[in-house]
Design a protein around this ligand. Sequence first.
Ligand SMILES: [Zn+2]
Length: 397
Amino acid sequence: MRRVLADAAWWAGEFRRGVCVEFDGPVIRRVQSIAPPGNGRWLLPTFANAHVHLELSALAGETLPHPGFADWVEQLVQVRRQWDPTDLRASIDMGVQALLETGTSVVGDIDSTGASLLQLRESPLQGVVFQEVLGISGPERWQQIGELLRASSSSTDLRAGISPHAPYSTGEDVYARCVSVAREFSIPLASHIAETREEQEFLEHQQGPLQALFDRWSVSRPPWSDPQTAGLSVLLEAKLTPAPLLVHGNYLHPPTFREIARTGAAVVYCPRSHGYFDHPTPHPATRMLEAGVTVALGTDSRASNVGLDMWGEMSAWRCVDAQVSPERILECAIDGGRQALGLPPAQLVAGQPATFQVAAMQRRISPERWLEAAVDDGWKTKATVVGGQVVAGYLEE
Ligand SMILES: [Zn+2]
């Protein structure tokens, strides 16, 4: 039996002072209230990073020139083309390590080759690895996805999903095919939706930097019967179970929020990636929450972020919207992501999996301000425990 003592715990929206958790192998055996031991430790569930591309973890977004979105896409494709399978494997490993070290054990990963799914099965991560397809994906990729899905079990903690990349790269026919694959295998679907102005300009008016890039590549614009609602209407009308993950949604219109909430679809907000592209308007995450939409947090990839640390994402959200409460931000970073990825809420009770993180304060903060400090980047993960195993850091008892 192992034991963790902490000055506080935050679980299922409840903040508790003084807690002792005992676990034996993969399961929590006992949770007790105690007098705070004064060790500056805080116990909370692991984070759920609902949108990341682990295969791009060896990149450094801060070094990629990105005067605009299309320029960034072009740079990314050029760099990525030079990688061999060994580079790809090392890149995925870097991402897995970065997540575990910063308290994330649940992930919504986008995998364009099938390598990430196989590699993550050997890791402690839980969640969904979405198999990504584009309009240009050939029959071999579809065949590979079919084989991966037939070999996948829905009962494991790490499931396969499907992801039509984005409406600017992937047409209505491919979205429809992904919807039917999601139905056939009862798997989750994720897609980048309404991410940039350049994408809107390209889809609706066939002009702008994305159009120029596609012209240079000699790739035609994917066919959409209604470019204004490209992607979104297909996914909402599909009535999928589980409901789809709408990634970014930076330019979704407020009148659609209630419709999104009604279908149960979740939106993944990636605060630092949003900041990276310098969008002219703030992300509507808070308005989405008010409309009843499930909002999850994600980092997106290292190609558009300085790290894969969810503490940094919470802090970035707080920086652009001081009105949203620390509790709400933590809920999105933990249970928002779990719900979006089809996992039950995290619970700190006997009989539940011994999966949690222990965080420590970066500076002295009075207990009344602990929650606020969590989202203001005042805490750091000291140990990540998944199913009773310490998978990163060091667990003091
Ligand atoms: Zn992405």
